[in-house]
Design a binder for this molecule. Structure first.
Ligand SMILES: [Zn+2]
Length: 217
């Protein structure tokens, strides 16, 4: 298992986009954060880990357990693909042995993607999944709930929209089409029963992204 310390510099226009998404005045991305980012601007570091290092083994066991092999390689390649865009962020990716289309993140940087979602997603869509979870890690470090989900939780619309938007910024910075976020959410929606509590939330997020994309074109 690999923990990726993902670092990069932020350009001013990107600061403004992030400030807007995080509902912060642009001045909050002033000299102090830029000094911090400059310190890490040299690139990303990779720390080797073993599956036993997973801090949430009991939880992951309830979700189907952890698998490795080609799925793990795909998710690690995806993290490396995103690494130039994510400042000072540690992501420890794991694969859950489950057929459903889900992803979860913990505040400590552990990100879990199901085998089913890795099989269903294109490389760009898998990047969108990780970028969305990275969005949670950036925006919701002090969140009270243990895990954040790609599907989202009922009544948690704003954090999901925020993570989608931050994820799209990360994708754009890596020259990955931001439409991948919409496409993967559509796949998750199609695999979700309409009576599932997350279905209505997914519909609202998809609508928000479609409206934003219409405004951009
Ligand atoms: Zn989410």
């Amino acid at each position: 298992m690999i923990a990726f310390i993902l670092c990069n510099n932020l350009a001013n226009n990107r600061n403004n986009r992030l400030a807007c998404i995080l509902h912060l005045p642009n001045m909050r991305f002033g000299p102090i954060p830029l000094i911090c980012l400059t310190m890490f601007a040299g690139g990303c570091s990779v720390i080797k880990q073993t599956p036993e290092a997973c801090a949430h083994r009991e939880w992951s066991h309830k979700q189907g357990g952890i698998v490795s092999g080609t799925w793990q390689q795909r998710i690690e390649r995806t993290c490396q693909r995103l690494s130039p865009a994510i400042p000072c962020l540690v992501i420890k990716p794991y694969v859950l042995d489950a057929d459903d289309l889900s992803a979860y993140s913990w505040p400590d940087g552990e990100v879990f993607v199901t085998r089913g979602l890795i099989d269903a997603a294109s490389p760009d869509e898998l990047a969108a999944v990780i970028a969305h979870e990275a969005g949670h890690l950036i925006a919701h470090r002090r969140r009270s709930d243990a895990t954040a989900m790609l599907r989202g939780r009922q009544s948690h619309l704003n954090p999901e929209i925020q993570a989608d938007a931050l994820g799209s910024v990360i994708l754009a910075d890596c020259n990955i089409p931001t439409t991948a976020m919409l496409h993967v959410l559509l796949k998750v929606q199609q695999a979700t029963a309409p009576n599932d509590p997350s279905y209505a939330l997914l519909c609202q997020r998809i609508k928000t992204i479609q409206q934003k994309q219409k405004m951009e074109f």
